[in-house]
Design a protein around this ligand. Structure first.
Ligand code: FAD
Ligand code: GLY
Length: 402
């Protein structure tokens, strides 16, 4: 394989929000970074499909390390948005109105009770609203609503503006962004060091590689250096496969509201679905959770179920015009927690993937922590729970009856 020109200290595979946030942070700290993105434009994977909710209090189910990680990343967003604006002049439309979590059934009410209790214990702000107070706040909410929680710190961001701002920022920091360039292999030396990435343009060498290819992260194989590889006397071990990341399809509908009065101002969530108002009058409605391999696309059943859940929230959605629909593949690890940090198999390989339903929320903190590991050579304690080795260790413990 021919070698490609253009030196890099670090190669990031994947130009979604996670890869872009990681590249920006590493480049800001003075390292030369190249991003390899298979698509025509960065962000065309799951990042383009996301609703942009920054909503740990609506989406997490318990106060664990993952919840704390989500809250910490959410708290970074005001500064992150300001920095991106200062760097690029772009507004990522961070909307701090908050999120309403509605109850329509007995089970929903019990869920609200639980959520209120554990989040209040965790010291986070939660406001309880009666049905009347909910409808005074958001008149479009259904008259069948029984009560609601308001999470004033669960915000939202315009995802596609975020991608555009990150692209402008990485370019500003001198990152080489190679689009339409698929990574086909991870070159590893016979002694277990990463040497670079094999691409259609040739081999790109670097001493550090970050795997941020979203739902495709476990599909890029290792290849052992030919010169000192299998046929030489050097000791060679093929690394164990990457921790598994599976695609989970999510479909999204988009309606358009044309009146000057906003349709709703809050993000509105139920245990079955959500609607997200955008500044330009669009209302996003999501989503599905489908295990259908790498098939994208919008199905009749997807449209039916998302529309039904959106209408439950706000029946007046029936009168809005339908604008567009899309889908994306969420990257999901076996335990649904992200994989962030150094590989225990290959030196110089780092993972920043598996962000499943929360990659937009988690992008700023992921960028900082991966840069801490690669540039500063330290693994922050916050990362321990997300170690890529954990799934292998857990599988080993189960198979040995521990
Ligand atoms: P991606 O955005 O998928 O980026 C991976 C990139 O890698 C892609 O651009 C792909 O082209 C590239 N790639 C793949 N293979 C290769 C290769 N071999 N070589 C080079 N490049 C390659 N998260 C939130 O926080 N809030 C939300 O409200 C939210 N809503 C969502 C709604 C839906 C419908 C969906 C589908 C997801 C939602 N998410 C949300 C989740 C969020 O979108 C993801 O967690 C996040 O986008 C993952 O980012 P990523 O950069 O890891 O992956
Ligand atoms: N976080 C919203 C979704 O994944 O659909």
């Amino acid at each position: 394989m021919k070698e490609s020109q253009g030196g890099a200290d670090v190669i990031v595979i994947g130009g979604g929000v996670v890869g872009l946030a990681v590249a920006r942070e590493i480049a800001r700290r003075g390292r030369r970074v190249t991003i390899i993105e298979r698509g025509q434009h960065p962000g065309e994977g799951a990042s383009h499909a996301a609703a942009g909710m920054l909503a740990p209090q609506s989406e997490a189910d318990t106060d664990d390390s993952f919840f704390q990680f989500q809250v910490a990343s959410r708290d970074l967003y005001p500064k992150f948005a300001e920095e991106l604006r200062a760097e690029t002049g772009r507004d990522i439309q961070l909307d701090r109105t908050g999120t309403l979590y509605l109850a329509f059934t007995d089970e929903d009410e019990q869920e609200l009770e639980r959520r209120d209790a554990w989040q209040t214990r965790a010291g986070l702000p939660v406001e309880r609203l009666s049905a009347q107070a909910t409808r005074e706040l958001e008149p479009s909410v259904s008259p069948h609503v029984r009560c609601a929680l308001r999470f004033p710190l669960d915000w939202q961001v315009e995802t596609r503006h975020l991608v555009a701002a990150l692209v402008a920022a990485v370019e500003l920091f001198g990152v080489n962004l190679w689009t339409e360039t698929g990574a086909s292999g991870l070159r590893v030396s016979s002694t277990g060091h990463v040497e670079g990435v094999e691409t259609e343009r040739g081999l790109l060498r670097a001493g550090a590689v970050v795997m941020a290819a979203g739902a495709w992260s476990s599909r890029i194989p290792f290849s052992i250096t030919e010169s000192a590889g299998r046929n030489s006397s050097a000791h060679t071990t093929t690394p164990a496969p990457h921790p598994h990341v599976a695609p989970v399809r999510g479909q999204m509908l988009c309606y358009r509201h044309t009146s000057i009065v906003p349709f709703v101002r809050h993000v509105i969530y139920t245990p079955r679905g959500y609607i997200v108002p955008r500044r330009d009058g669009r209302i996003l409605a999501g989503s599905t959770t489908e295990h259908v391999g790498y098939r994208t696309g919008v199905t009749v059943e997807g449209v039916r179920s998302i529309a039904a859940h959106a209408l439950e929230i706000a029946p007046a959605i029936a009168g809005l015009s339908f604008s567009e629909s899309w889908s994306g593949l969420r990257p999901r690890a076996a335990d649904e927690w992200p994989l962030i940090g150094a590989s225990d198999e290959v030196r110089g390989l780092f993972y920043a993937t598996g962000h499943y339903r929360n990659g937009i929320l988690l992008a700023p903190l992921t960028g900082q922590l991966v840069a801490d590991v690669i540039v500063d050579g330290r693994t922050p304690r916050l990362l321990e729970a997300f170690s890529p080795a954990r799934l292998r260790e857990r599988a080993h413990a189960v198979s040995h009856g521990e």
